[in-house]
Design a protein around this ligand. Structure first.
Ligand code: JHZ
Length: 395
């Protein structure tokens, strides 16, 4: 049974950066209620009423997976590891974004699936790209065209975005070869609860998976989870290794250990999520208190990284440009726009990061290491960062 444990209020689409603040644009802004629930039957944590994917994954999709050095290196490393270990003949990625993972393979071997047309356009002339939503129909179409099944299906930060799990996994089961493997990376529920990273909940993250939930889920489709790796990307994610029931892979000790860890942490109990919800409320109050105090002292506060995650924080905590003067982001197609719902201007860090700034809220807290390394001059000149993960703190 599904039960709501977290109410993050009225939220816009995390990706709906505004071109301007004209009345017409503002009147058209779409909001929905962001409520998160736990299903005690299958251990799935999900948004109670997901938004229609066709309004999310459009030809204006902003996120570029290759924008951070951390992610470029992480994708290169896992591509090499999977290639060496499993020697796949055909590789397919569901949600290939700007091709940051697939570009590490021989072009002829890869198939890219990317419904956002502006992103698919980037990879189209490099490798076979289907600019369509992943589902059973597309799986059948690909199989008909390729004639061969796929040995490695990779999908990072995508399966958690698709409301219809049946279509996702029926399609995967269809194209996966007999001893093929499916590798999925998505934010880890364990890390979200542990780090109080409630901003991992926004319209696109329809699900935040745990290992115990994935294990149950894939069984429905005659698939089997045989291994999991806890990885550091995106503030703590899991990399799940899944195969067909009769494939040659053995369940690993590592998987059993993660299972134990999650059950000890009670990721199968509603009470865990209820307690988390109280900590989220405290995080909101503490952040507002700190920013109000700094503003009283006339401090200049900005935000670092126009992340989708900060859409949740800003709208939940009602932070507008009275608190945050502007947001900096390296992504060209976010610059010159305004944050969804809270309408804070987004500018390039080349202009926005300087010695007039007193505090920068770490919207991209998942790249803390990379950013602190990059912004040594800002820190040296007395600039400080504020983070809300795991607790409100000045760095
Ligand atoms: P980042 C997106 O979420 C959306 P977001 C999506 N739904 C998802 O699941 C995750 O990614 C994986 C900028 N930046 O990656 C670049 C700097 O400006 O945390 C990005 O716009 N300077 C698909 O948006 C943003 O910050 C820097 O030095 O929450 C980071 O966004 C660095 C390192 C990044 O994901």
């Amino acid at each position: 049974m599904k039960k709501i444990f977290l109410k993050l209020g009225k939220q816009p689409l995390a990706n709906s950066f505004l071109q301007n603040l004209r009345k017409k644009t503002l009147n058209r802004e779409f909001f929905y209620n962001l409520n998160v629930c736990f299903d005690s039957k299958n251990y799935l944590v999900s948004i109670s009423k997901p938004v229609n994917p066709r309004s999310q994954y459009t030809n204006k999709y902003a996120h570029r997976a290759s924008e951070s050095k951390t992610m470029r290196e992480a994708f290169k490393k896992i591509a090499k590891k999977l290639n060496n270990k499993f020697k796949p003949k055909i590789i397919m990625e569901i949600g290939s974004n700007d091709g940051v993972f697939l570009k590490n393979f021989t072009r002829k071997k890869v198939i890219a699936i990317e419904p956002c047309k502006n992103l698919a356009e980037i990879t189209k002339n490099k490798f076979k790209t289907y600019d369509e939503f992943w589902n059973l129909k597309l799986a059948n179409k690909i199989l008909k065209k390729q004639k061969k099944k796929v040995d490695l299906i990779f999908s990072a930060n995508t399966v958690s975005h698709i409301p219809n799990l049946d279509q996702t996994f029926l399609g995967i089961k269809k194209v996966l070869s007999k001893n093929g493997i499916l590798v999925i990376e998505d934010p880890s529920l364990f890390e979200v609860i542990k780090n109080n990273s409630y901003d991992q909940f926004y319209d696109e993250h329809v699900y935040v998976f745990s290992t115990i939930a994935i294990d149950k889920l894939v069984k429905k489709y005659d698939l089997r989870l045989f291994h999991v790796e806890n990885i550091s990307t995106h503030g703590g994610s899991n990399r799940y290794y899944i195969c067909k029931n009769n494939a040659n892979f053995k369940r690993t000790k590592g998987l059993n250990n993660v299972f134990k860890k999650e059950l000890n942490y009670k990721l199968n109990k509603f009470s865990t999520f209820n307690k988390f919800s109280s900590r989220v409320k405290k995080s909101k109050n503490d952040l507002i208190k700190l920013l109000t105090k700094l503003k009283k002292f006339n401090k200049k506060i900005i935000s670092y990284g126009a992340t989708y995650k900060s859409t949740t924080v800003f709208n939940y905590c009602r932070l507008n440009n009275k608190f945050i003067e502007y947001v900096t982001d390296t992504t060209k197609n976010k610059q010159g726009k305004f944050t969804p719902g809270t309408h804070i201007p987004i500018i390039s860090p080349d202009v926005g990061i300087n010695n007039t700034v007193d505090y920068a809220f770490l919207g991209a807290w998942n790249f803390k290491k990379e950013i602190l390394n990059k912004e040594k001059n800002y820190l040296k000149s007395g600039g400080k960062f504020i983070t809300h993960i795991p607790k409100i703190k000045i760095i």
